[in-house]
Write a protein that binds this ligand. Structure first.
Ligand code: HEM
Length: 482
């Protein structure tokens, strides 16, 4: 009797599927491209097998959510359901310490009202639904945030709210009307900044950029990384507070609606925090009607795609801030950085750029005051964002120490790891507590009082989360992932 005709498979053919958490992935074409190498996918207990445990010991869940990997899934296992999931739109994290105490079930806070809670829910849903998916793709391809996302932010007036409470909100419908412009306070603003920072993708919308910016202003020239209209947060206030009524009437609606982009152009290759040492010059034309600007700027966030530039210049009387539109003589080039180019970080050259004298922001020669006057608020924003970044790093770390096994046990069973986690958690909680205290003071002080009384505590408070976030980033790398 002849034996039945059996199909002969190569090892490669059998190895083409793997199972992860009840989902079947076809890795035929991907094998050769796998960053972890081909060999690991051909191992006996991997090819054609359920590799859930091995997979999560080596990868973050988000790997499977990336579009290029998501499409490798070809099916599911009958009768089984997936146990693991990524972000659920609008949901609070169940990981301990992943949310500030005011959002943790059964905890109380004296600061947050029902309005803040409703607002937080809406902002989180917005970020999870529109911002996070775009951030994942743009961080990867280095392109700026997608215009449709910016348009959505404009629809809900998030861009305007990021400037904090004030007259600029008058008449606007905020988040579909869930908070009235006159009710909007610094805790609402804190919520927006912290929810955006949860994205935690360094070039797109990461809390660390604010922190780095803080250090740039205070200590040295450094980089700023944030594609999601970060340039507006620092570049627009001088226009808002010191621009002429005509300029504001034209520029604010354009920027808030996401049709135009603005950036702050202060630091140079020659000088960063040493603002008075900048070399870009603005000289008046013979008829006194224009400034003629010449010079360079470096590390300018959103500069590659900005339409408008708030530029620090040396003038006859000292230092003057001037509003410049993209046009003849303005050139922007991307700067290669360690983060994604979605931040649009630029090197800018101004070559005999002619600007109407009316574009002067504040008094001639009083540019330092224009820049410094915004520092408290800028620092507050930085602090909100970097405090939230610390928390997401803790969440990541807690995920990882549960997933990753060493010496036959999860990482969290190692005393040294637990001690590091405890230190991280205590720092993040103190930063948040300090920050909320500052926000409370801001809500109850006039702008003048804030400037006089809060500079002292806001400056170190924004540095502290920055330094902690930095340390924590390196810690998560020590754990092995990010
Ligand atoms: C759908 C299936 C898979 C996808 C999409 C995938 C994707 C990736 C990616 C993107 C990386 C780079 C590091 C990271 O982003 O985490 C990576 C690294 C790696 N992968 Fe996979 N992988 C898959 C399955 C597997 C399996 C089944 C194994 C073996 C059990 C494996 C072993 C590794 C190893 C050893 C590394 C290097 C890890 C390191 O550098 O620490 N992968 N994989």
């Amino acid at each position: 009797m002849s034996s039945p005709q059996l199909k002969v498979f190569t090892r490669d053919e059998v190895a083409k599927w793997i199972i992860i958490d009840a989902k079947v992935y076809d890795v035929t074409r991907f094998k050769a491209l796998h960053p972890g190498g081909l060999a690991v996918l051909l191992e006996e207990d991997v090819a054609g097998c359920d590799t859930t445990e091995a997979f999560f010991g080596l990868h973050r869940y988000e790997v499977l959510e990336k579009p290029q990997f998501k499409r490798l899934q070809i099916g599911t296992i009958e009768g089984e359901t997936s146990q693991l999931h990524g972000r659920v739109v609008g949901a609070l994290s169940l990981v301990p310490y992943a949310e500030p105490t005011w959002l943790s079930p059964s905890y109380h806070s004296p600061y947050y009202t029902e309005s803040h809670r409703t607002f937080q829910k809406a902002i989180r849903e917005f970020c999870d639904e529109y911002i996070y998916p775009d951030a994942l793709v743009r961080e990867e391809d280095g392109k700026r945030p997608t215009q449709s996302v910016i348009d959505k932010m404009a629809e809900t007036n998030i861009n305007a709210m990021r400037m904090g409470p004030g007259k600029h909100l008058k008449g606007l419908v905020l988040m579909g009307g869930i908070v009235k412009p006159e009710e909007f306070d610094y805790f609402h603003e804190l919520i927006i900044t912290q929810e955006l920072a949860r994205t935690c993708l360094r070039g797109y919308a990461d809390g660390e950029w604010y922190a780095v910016l803080g250090v740039r202003i205070m200590l040295t020239s450094s980089c700023v990384t944030q594609g999601l209209v970060g340039g507006m947060v620092i570049g627009l206030p001088p226009v808002l507070n010191f621009g002429s009524d005509e300029l504001k009437a034209r520029i604010l609606p354009e920027v808030f609606s996401g049709k135009k982009f603005i950036c702050l152009a202060i630091s140079e290759a020659h000088a960063g925090s040493d603002v008075m040492g900048l070399r870009t010059t603005a000289v008046k034309s013979d008829d006194g009607k224009h400034w003629i600007i010449n010079g360079t700027k470096k590390w300018i966030t959103n500069g590659t795609f900005a339409d408008y530039f708030t530029v620090g210049c040396k003038t006859e009387d000292g230092f003057t801030v001037i509003f410049v539109e993209r046009g003849p003589g303005v050139e922007t080039k991307p700067i290669k950085t360690s983060y994604s180019s979605s931040a649009g970080t630029a090197y800018i050259t101004f070559d005999n750029v002619k600007v109407p004298i009316e574009n002067t922001l504040g008094e001639e020669g009083a540019g330092l005051f224009v820049i410094l006057s915004n520092f408290n608020h800028e620092r507050f924003v930085m602090c909100c964002a970097s405090a939230r970044s610390q928390r997401i790093i803790i969440e990541e770390a807690l995920h990882w120490v549960n997933q990753r096994k060493v010496f036959g046990k999860p990482l969290h069973s190692q005393a040294v790891i637990r001690s590091k986690l405890a230190a991280m958690i205590s720092r993040a909680e103190s930063c948040q507590a300090w920050l909320e205290n500052i926000a409370h003071q801001m809500c109850n002080m006039s702008y003048k009082q804030q400037s006089r009384l809060l500079a002292g505590i806001t400056a170190p408070s924004h540095l502290m989360p920055f330094l902690e976030a930095r340390k924590m980033y390196s810690l998560t790398w020590v754990f092995g992932k990010r």
